[in-house]
Design a binder for this molecule. Sequence first.
Ligand SMILES: *Cc1c(COP(=O)(O)O)cnc(C)c1O
Length: 374
Amino acid sequence: MVQIQLLTMKNFIPISKPSITDKEIKYINDAAKSGWVSSLGKYIDDFENQFSEFIGVNFGLATSNGTAALHLALETLGIGEGDEVIIPDLTFIATANAVKYAGAKVVTVDIEADTLCIDPDSIRKNITSNTKAIIPVHLYGHPANMPEINKLAKEHEIFVIEDAAEAHGAEINGQKVGSFGDCSIFSFYGNKVMTSGEGGMVVTDNESLFRRAKHLRDHAMSDKKRYWHTDIGYNYRMTNLQAALGLAQAERIEELIAKKLEIFDWYKKGLKDINGVKLNYQADWAKNVYWMICLEYEFWGEKERNQFQSTLRDKNIDSRPYFYPISDMPMYKESDTFIVHDVYKKGLNLPTYFDLSLTEVNYICETVKAELDS
Ligand SMILES: *Cc1c(COP(=O)(O)O)cnc(C)c1O
């Protein structure tokens, strides 16, 4: 209730909002009028081609959402019972849940304090003879250290699935994330760098992986014999309506990313020289796309951070806490992830969306400053 009231208040600044222009509306209208409203239609092919070309990989397979893309990637690689999959302990729950859906064991490991991404040293310490895959997550728009992770994976003959749900267009030494793993996934949920409403994509350079994923996406139906199924597959397809929105956004991706970078610059200027405050990091080998502004305040515990969020809400500013450690949740096992447990309670995401104005960011910065600088 409270949430709905706030969202309809005129001057309330939400955490996120999609950018919908005439282009998006035109494509959605066109898809609707064509009658191809389910998972056949030209927008699906066009979206898959446009987006995979942007990432710099050969194949893209659109899915109903990013979680489905993760599960599909794991199933495609044959990961299941008895296998262990290493993931960072700080991520959205979907990364862990998809591993469970596949029937494998989730192994959560620590992150780097600066990039907030999975720590290669912590991966190394947790590799066992049962480890079958690593899922690095490019958290909040910053790339994980893929060269190091791929080296480890090669040494131990382990698959790598990049979870790039939050990092469309992020780069490592000029190469886009999503092109480093055996396969990678993206999400196009409404608050992501670009959206298709709900939606996701598996991308890969490996043609046989792509074919296998495509087969499983559509109930594993035989090419030669309709309604004959070779495996237990899924309905993880994207609709043509979603793809129409996705294509319009993919065609605007450079513009969408450029705005994220500009917003980060505004916050950086507005929040400089506050004792104990840290904003998003960018390693010298990385291009961060700043999916969400990350503010960390050295002196916060979970309680103070939550208190600060209600102060912001009183001033019409929405915010989000960092994700909680996966290993703290009842479905998952404890782990000794010191950095994750130190960092999560100090972190807050601030409004970061295309239509946000400099005036609004300055208002947010002044409000934050008045609270923390006193
Ligand atoms: C959003 C997200 C997902 C899941 O994507 P959905 O499209 O919401 O299913 C997976 N991993 C991470 C890190 C995410 O942020």
